[in-house]
Design a protein around this ligand. Structure first.
Ligand SMILES: C[S@@+](CC[C@H](N)C(=O)[O-])C[C@H]1O[C@@H](n2cnc3c(N)ncnc32)[C@H](O)[C@@H]1O
Length: 205
């Protein structure tokens, strides 16, 4: 998210930022990030599907769809669309399956370790205490375990349909396979597992 923020800052003056996550740890990370960088905005712990706010010009949604069953993504896109101004944009980055029913499967150990390291480094740089770091590591290890990652992946087609139903038109669409991921922009640099990662920019009609 730090990378996304610095990219936004390059192109706009001083955006008002709202970070939303249902989990307290990323909310606290983002709260400290806002303070540290003197950014205008707030971080709130809330379920996306229950969110009610003023409308936004831009929504960034990184690796959120993978937390939803593919059959439920219609409500996610409807919620995002309701939070966007007409003409507003949504930038989504997510892993996708080739076919309906494809699963994420187990992660490679090295990938998991790298991901956890990244989270811990960020927490350290933001001044989390040693006790907090230990707790974050434990919950990272849990959340990267097979139990939590072996779920069905949404396909590009399912995403397109959900976007259409939410009156979001696809503006640009990029797909990357894992070998192309390193050193890409803020979004593709996000953690990836097997399969393809997509970046879609949609516009609210
Ligand atoms: C892979 S992380 C990405 C975190 C962050 N957006 C980033 O770019 O670093 C996905 C996040 O989605 C959050 N999440 C999953 N379902 C959610 C929901 N229904 N409402 C709010 N947050 C949710 C999880 O708690 C998790 O922190």
């Amino acid at each position: 998210m730090t990378l996304a923020v610095s990219t936004i800052q390059k192109f706009t003056c001083n955006p008002y930022l709202l970070f939303l996550d249902r989990c307290q740890t990323p909310v606290e990370l983002n709260r400290r990030l806002l303070k540290e960088q003197g950014l205008d905005g707030k971080a709130v712990a809330m379920d996306l599907l229950e969110a009610k706010f003023e409308k936004f010009d831009l929504i960034l949604a990184h690796s959120i769809l993978l937390y939803f069953d593919p059959k439920d993504i219609g409500s996610v896109f409807a919620k995002w669309a309701s939070l966007l101004k007409p003409g507003g944009r949504i930038l989504i980055s997510n892993i996708v399956g080739d076919e309906s029913g494809d699963r994420m499967g187990e992660n490679e150990t090295s990938q998991v370790e790298r991901s956890i390291e990244l989270v811990l480094q960020t927490a350290l740089s933001l001044g989390f205490t040693e006790d907090e770091i230990v707790r974050i590591r434990t919950s990272c290890e849990k959340s990267f375990s097979k139990k939590f990652t072996d779920f069905p992946l949404v396909t590009l087609n399912e995403i397109r349909l959900a976007m259409q139903e939410a009156r979001l038109s696809v503006n640009t669409l990029n797909t990357y396979d894992r070998s192309q991921l390193s050193q890409r922009g803020p979004f593709t640099q996000g953690l990836s597992y097997g399969g393809q990662r997509i970046e879609i920019c949609g516009i609210k009609l």
